[in-house]
Ligand binder design. Structure first.
Ligand code: GRF
Length: 220
């Protein structure tokens, strides 16, 4: 194990991506430690996952704040007080203001259940189905001030079947999310992600790893 990257994970819901990150840390495929899990909802199911592992939890209810900026400032203060290096958005259903993004420039990751730049925003599995695409997938990206617009780190592709429902497609995509999110964080932890303009360059790519960055694998 190398150096342990200090993570802060933000959730609003079931936290299955949080669980995938916890599992990767425990399985020693991710050199990181979760310093805090923050939820804007106290009923987020994901909180139980953190509690079970004795990970510190904070519930910060956005309805108790007068503005988006004051809420984001409170988030930033919690993350800074825990000396978080990388912020992980894992189903955090809040738009972030510049207050937040500037405090963690290029140090915020998000996972989105579509192949960006197609289908940014909400209900994207349904939109992909309605549009009739043959493939969809998920994208891990750095967060900038535009929603779902930041530099792409890795993506995974899944087929869309004719009899898919929003639920079946979401479940297929979610499975891939759980594979690629810990991988993207590990690349960051190893210091191998470099921004060149709006592109993310991954340093020291071996053949084996190409298969993780490109799905389905080129030669698998
Ligand atoms: C995932 O579909 C993710 O792509 C989106 O929100 C959902 C979070 O799911 N950003 P979970 O809370 O990790 O189970």
């Amino acid at each position: 194990m190398g150096r342990q990257l200090a993570l802060g994970v933000l959730i609003s819901g079931s936290g299955t991506n949080l669980q995938a990150i916890i599992d990767a840390i425990e399985g020693k495929t991710l050199d990181a430690v979760i310093r805090v899990v923050i939820s804007n909802r106290e009923d987020a199911l994901g909180l139980a996952r953190a509690r079970e592992r004795n990970i510190p939890i904070e519930v910060l209810d956005h309805r108790k704040f007068a503005s988006r900026e004051s809420y984001d400032q409170a988030l930033v203060e919690i993350l800074q007080s825990r000396e978080v290096e990388l912020v992980i958005l894992a189903g955090f259903m809040r738009l972030l203001s510049p207050v937040f993004v500037k405090a963690f420039t290029n140090r915020i990751m998000n996972i989105h259940p579509a192949l960006l730049p197609s289908f940014p925003g909400l209900h994207v599995q349904r939109k992909a189905l309605e549009h009739g695409v043959r493939f969809s997938g998920c994208t891990v990206h750095f967060v900038n001030e535009e929603c779902d617009e930041g530099p792409i780190i890795i993506q995974a592709v899944v087929p869309v079947y004719q009899d898919d429902t929003e639920e079946s497609l979401s479940a297929r995509i979610l499975q891939e999310e759980h594979r690629i999110y810990p991988r993207a964080i590990q690349l960051y932890s190893e210091g191998r992600l470099r921004l060149v303009g709006r592109r993310v360059v991954v340093d020291h790519l071996g053949n084996q790893e190409d298969q993780v960055l490109i799905q389905p694998p080129l030669n698998g």
